[in-house]
Ligand binder design. Structure first.
Ligand SMILES: [Mn+2]
Length: 451
């Protein structure tokens, strides 16, 4: 059975204040073209459909039009969608029951994740589990009522419909009894509880021989980051891939670089580059082929053969970083082939150039970010192209953020608010700041995290 895996569409996203809507429209056209190219049983979208919880109307129109077109042109294709951390789960779940009847499965409440969708195509069967981004409090701790439901599900194969139990997703943070267990808040705790409940579902008698696929939006240990993700602090937000090792394949979203975590667990990555640090990286959808008929001797391990093939996405405008002297760009022709691309240019001149953005824009209309060589080594040296013309004689001064003391800023802020500084709050702030710095250092040591 063939599945097409994508995620992190971030519809409605801007890159340096430039709308990417036309790029996203072209990307979705490419996605539909790929669906026509092969005999796919399902399209899996692993979260971050939209870039914001309240997406621009044009982005909603774009996704709605895409679903309608795919439904019309591929009537048998199943579509599985989950919300990511950028989506509003409740808004994304609009009309989900009716869409579900149309084979468009949008699961927005994690409590509904443990009753799989069975996909049946050309005599092959597969169980599809959709796990939304686990926001704090969206999954009840196992010792409460839900565990009893889970136990029932384990002993009576067809009784475990969590959809029936959680009739209305409320996402209520305040439902725990005062005496009851604490709400699950960290990704590690939430994922462990999800894994426990998946275990119960997979042990059901009717699931024994079926390949099982999970779609999830989370951060796994050992994944590589990029600038356009929303960054979590601390390791409590990372989960172990081993938690989901019972699945035949896990289609992940959240990290924007396409990557393999285990032979059965991949991030498709975002289909377009959404930050300049993704310039030049390969963007793709993933074609996942599962040989559902193969018997590998141990059916309960669900180790049906899986083949994952990247399907390259051809962007409308590639995202490109270039560097050279101002003269190279202004009068030279070496970079002319990049004229239509989304560009971040670093000028390597020894002196600052006045108004470089205004001068280069006629030739490079999609110049979105410009760094001046003298400043380029500092993080603050990057200026948005739209701000690049500010400053006297085009001189762009780097903000002195690096020299500032955040604790002093905090004190000033507290004084402004309350007239004095609570020593306990100041101490807590300093401790949290130190923790952030540790995370930064750890990330820099890995050489993999950029903010
Ligand atoms: Mn994302």
């Amino acid at each position: 059975m063939k599945l097409l895996h994508t995620g992190d569409l971030h519809l409605g996203k801007n890159l340096h204040e430039t709308s990417l809507l036309e790029d996203q429209r072209a990307m979705l056209d490419g996605l539909e073209a790929e669906l026509s190219r092969d005999d796919y049983a399902a399209l899996l979208i692993a979260g971050d459909v939209y870039d914001r919880t309240i997406p621009p109307a044009e982005a909603v129109e774009l996704f709605s039009g895409f679903l309608v077109r795919v439904r019309k042109n591929h009537p048998d294709l199943r579509i599985g969608v989950i919300p990511g951390n950028h989506d509003s789960a409740r808004r994304l779940s609009y009309a989900d029951r009716i869409l579900g009847e149309q084979g468009i499965h949008i699961v927005c409440n994690p409590e509904d994740s443990f009753n799989p969708i069975i996909i049946d195509k050309s005599g092959e069967r597969l169980a599809l589990f959709l796990l939304p981004f686990l926001a704090p409090g969206t999954l009840a701790p196992g010792t409460r009522g839900t565990a009893a439901n889970g136990a029932t599900a384990a002993s009576a194969p067809n009784a475990g419909s969590s959809r029936a139990v959680a009739a209305e997703p409320e996402f209520d943070f305040g439902t725990a009894d005062a005496a009851g267990p604490k709400l699950l808040a960290t990704q590690a705790d939430l994922a462990a509880e999800a894994a426990r409940r998946f275990g119960i579902a997979l042990d059901r008698g009717d699931m024994a021989e079926l390949p099982a696929v999970l779609v999830a939006h989370c951060l796994t240990l050992a994944g590589l980051h990029s600038e356009s993700e929303r960054v979590f602090l601390g390791t409590a937000e990372e989960i172990s891939p081993a938690l989901f090792s019972r699945f035949t394949y896990v289609a992940l979203g959240h990290l924007h670089r396409s990557q393999k975590i285990t032979p059965r667990m991949y991030y498709s990555g975002s289909p377009l580059a959404y930050a300049f640090d993704e310039a030049g990286t390969r963007k793709n959808f993933l074609k996942v082929e599962i040989d559902c008929a193969a018997q590998n001797g141990n059916a309960s391990a669900r180790d049906f053969p899986v083949t994952v093939t990247p399907i390259p996405v051809v962007p409308l405008h590639p995202v490109t970083r270039l560097s050279g002297s101002f003269e190279d760009f202004y009068n030279g022709h070496a970079h002319d082939s990049h004229a239509a691309e989304y560009l971040e240019i670093t000028l390597t001149d020894d002196s600052l150039v006045a108004n470089p953005v205004n001068l280069l824009r006629p030739k490079f209309p999609n110049l979105l970010s410009l760094r001046q060589g003298l400043l380029a080594d500092e993080r603050e040296g990057a200026v948005s192209a739209s701000d690049g013309h500010k400053g006297e004689n085009g001189k762009v001064s780097a903000p002195d953020a690096a020299k500032r003391d955040p604790v002093a800023d905090f004190e000033a802020f507290e004084t402004m608010l309350h007239g004095n500084v609570d020593p306990a709050r100041k101490e807590l702030f300093a401790a949290l700041l130190a923790e952030c710095a540790d995370t930064d250092n750890r990330a820099d040591a890995n050489g993999s995290v950029n903010r």
